[in-house]
Design a protein around this ligand. Structure first.
Ligand code: KIV
Length: 322
């Protein structure tokens, strides 16, 4: 048994970062495989399987197993939604390991007020486009409202349709009530991402978009999370729940958790890309950080173009053919 680093040995495994390991003076002279195995979450040099999602998996798609290993190594990752070829290509290029073709397409692409009217037929072409335009990210398709609640057989029928157009997994909302659905999907070869907390397909029963899991409801959510894990889900989205609850769930589960409005204690984060990039209007929910002002940039460009056409500045001579 090799000696343990006095610092990393005292930290919970998930709190030890690979960069800390490399920079830590104690390790500088003794980067042996054994010591690394004992102390470093990435276990450098042990196997190709253990490379990071961002840096290692470049020549094949990210798998559910890669995400499981990332949790074990304490590596955090980001998921984004994507609904089309251009964003999917771009997100693949810059190294987003998981793309979700969410039913948020309803109020981001399809012109619905929320996700309730979205159907499998609405999402199939979007899933096909995202899958066809990428080579590396794991593509997850949302099972929309009404496409899985009826029975496990209905969930399987629709899950299979998504995998047949290129998704590698599906996501569905709800906890213990969907347990049989998750079991049948997973047993049949359809990996499942769960989704608890603010589940937008249930907006009409939740009474609006409100924080979920406060007080005693937190214990119910933990029971749902454990049931999904037991049924075979490979990961779990936690949407708009108290940060301490999300952290508790993340520690109790062995599968990765993906937070949205759930604080910093989850294994991964997800945002709707149009929110992240500032294409959607308004300030958005409290948890949202806008990383760009795409709405401003696109609006200004379209306005300048229209003005150029109106005043005859576009097209100019250099835009014509002889
Ligand atoms: O549909 C969606 O975009 C989602 C994410 C917000 C998790 O479910």
């Amino acid at each position: 048994m090799p000696p343990l680093c006095p610092r990393t040995a005292t930290l919970p495994r998930r709190d030890v970062r690979h960069s800390d390991f490399l920079q830590h003076e104690w390790h500088a002279g003794v980067q042996s495989r054994d010591i690394c195995l004992e102390t470093c979450p990435r276990r450098t040099g042990v196997s190709d399987d253990l490379k990071t999602l961002y840096g290692g998996v470049t020549s094949r798609r990210v798998t559910t197993r890669d995400l499981q290993l990332a949790k074990e190594h304490g590596e955090r990752w980001a998921m984004l939604t994507s609904y089309d070829m251009l964003t999917a290509q771009l997100f693949d290029e810059i190294g987003i390991p998981v793309l979700l073709v969410g039913d948020s397409a309803g109020n981001n692409v399809l012109g619905y007020e929320n996700t309730v009217p979205v159907t499998v037929d609405d999402l199939l072409p979007l899933v096909r486009a995202v899958a066809r335009s990428t080579t590396r990210p794991l593509v997850v398709a949302d099972l929309p409202f009404g496409s899985y609640q009826e029975s496990p057989a209905q969930a399987l029928r629709n899950g299979v349709r998504f995998l047949q157009v290129g998704a590698q997994a599906v996501k569905l909302e709800g906890g213990r009530r969907g347990r049989l659905q998750v079991e049948l999907l997973v047993e049949s070869g359809v990996p499942v991402m769960g989704h608890l907390g603010l589940t937008p397909q249930s907006v009409n029963t939740l009474g609006g978009y409100r924080v979920q899991g406060r007080g005693e409801a937190g214990d119910e959510l933990i029971a749902d999370a454990l049931a999904l894990q037991e049924a075979g889900a490979f990961s779990l989205v936690l949407e708009v729940v108290p940060a301490d609850l999300a952290e508790r769930v993340t520690k109790e589960l062995t599968i990765p958790t993906i937070g949205i409005g759930a604080g910093a204690g989850t294994d991964a984060q997800v945002l709707v890309w149009t929110d992240m990039a500032g294409l959607t209007p308004g300030p958005g929910p409290k948890f949202l950080k806008r990383y760009a002002d795409l709405r401003g940039v696109l609006g200004a460009a379209a306005k300048e173009y229209a003005e150029d056409v109106r005043t005859g500045r576009y097209p100019a001579d250099e835009h014509g053919y002889t």
